[in-house]
Design a protein around this ligand. Structure first.
Ligand code: PMP
Length: 325
């Protein structure tokens, strides 16, 4: 779907996959005017195809657009675009266990000019890719690396937007994490450097087993407002857990795991749903035991959310939207 300042959104079309022609002076290539989303389609046992809370992704895309001086795409066009891609070939949505069709909606400023300002032309695209189960060999705890050299976001910056630039800034810390044998990087707040924010591509949760409490960093203005995060908070409240969105220091994590008060830690996002975190490592320290199995709360929340997504449990919050038929 194209946009320009005079005519607004127009020319929606489904076209064969292929390269995009861009003017070498297009705004996206010089000023990083790009935002995106990640959302999946799931096949239910009766063959029907559904997606999860697309209005929430559509609304987040609008917030990202505002921050990046891009035009806001109406949420109904966002949802319709997922339906139209699904209609091209229903076989793209596999019926294998925990398989899905992953959609990558994105928007770029593609007006050609060299002065620094928001583009007066933009394009919204959706590409799709079949995805197998995230954990092919069963859900396994991972190690994560605490980055103290870099922050993911700045105060007043773009941390709460899902824009390519945030990920560009996290690639080097992510490489460092991998060099330390960790699968993801954990970032602290950009102001004091002591409060948890999130991983490179997931939000983070601590479970206090004895008090049946689930804790996650409050939305600070620099954390991405994850849709999985919000859904898990709801499911935890539904099952009577105490839920706290607040500031969490890195020392609280280290001490809580060492003292046994924190019984489980996990990360969440659309791609993996929930990933258990077995170990936290950083410059000169390591807490947790990577060989311990994933915790009970982690696994039962993961099962409940995937059961809703795959239609194995009633959708009591009205989160699913049908994409076919
Ligand atoms: N934080 C970051 C930085 C992410 O890239 C993602 C993935 N979109 C998340 C959190 C989780 O968000 P969601 O649950 O909406 O996938």
């Amino acid at each position: 779907v194209r946009w320009d300042k005079d005519t607004g959104w127009h020319d929606a079309a489904v076209t064969p996959y292929g390269p995009i022609a861009l003017d070498p002076a297009a705004a996206v290539l010089h000023y990083g005017q790009e935002i995106f989303e990640g959302i999946k389609a799931y096949r239910h046992a009766d063959g029907s195809i559904w997606t999860f809370r697309p209005e929430a992704n559509g609304a987040r895309l609008q917030r990202s657009a505002r921050r990046l001086a891009l035009p806001e795409l109406p949420v109904d066009i966002f949802v319709e675009s997922l339906k139209q891609i699904t209609a091209v070939d229903k076989d793209w949505v596999s019926d294998a266990d925990e398989a899905s069709l992953y959609f990558r909606p994105f928007m770029i400023g593609d007006e050609a000019f060299l002065g620094v300002r928001g583009a007066h032309k933009a394009s919204f695209y959706v590409i799709a890719s079949p995805a197998g189960p995230y954990f092919a060999k069963g859900v396994a705890p991972v190690a994560i690396w605490l980055s103290t050299d870099y922050a993911r976001a700045a105060k007043g910056g773009t941390g709460a937007a899902k824009c390519g630039g945030n990920y560009a800034a996290s690639l080097l810390p992510q490489q460092q994490a991998q060099a330390q044998g960790c699968s993801q990087v954990l970032f602290l707040d950009p102001v004091e450097g002591k409060y948890l924010e999130e991983l490179g591509g997931m939000n983070v949760f601590l479970v206090y087993g004895k008090t049946n409490t689930l804790v996650t960093p409050a939305l600070s203005g620099s954390i991405l407002e994850g849709i999985t995060r919000e859904s898990l908070l709801q499911l935890a409240r539904d099952r009577g857990m105490t839920v706290e969105e607040r500031k969490v220091t890195i020392d609280e994590w280290k001490q809580g795991v060492s003292s046994g008060e924190i019984t489980e830690v996990f990360a969440c996002g659309t791609a993996a749903v929930i990933t258990p975190i077995g170990q936290l490592k950083g410059e000169g320290f390591s807490v947790g035991d990577l060989s311990a199995p994933a915790g009970e709360v982690t696994m039962s929340l993961r099962k409940e959310l995937t059961d809703i997504q795959y239609g194995r449990q009633p959708d009591r919050h009205g989160w699913l939207v049908r994409l076919d038929g």
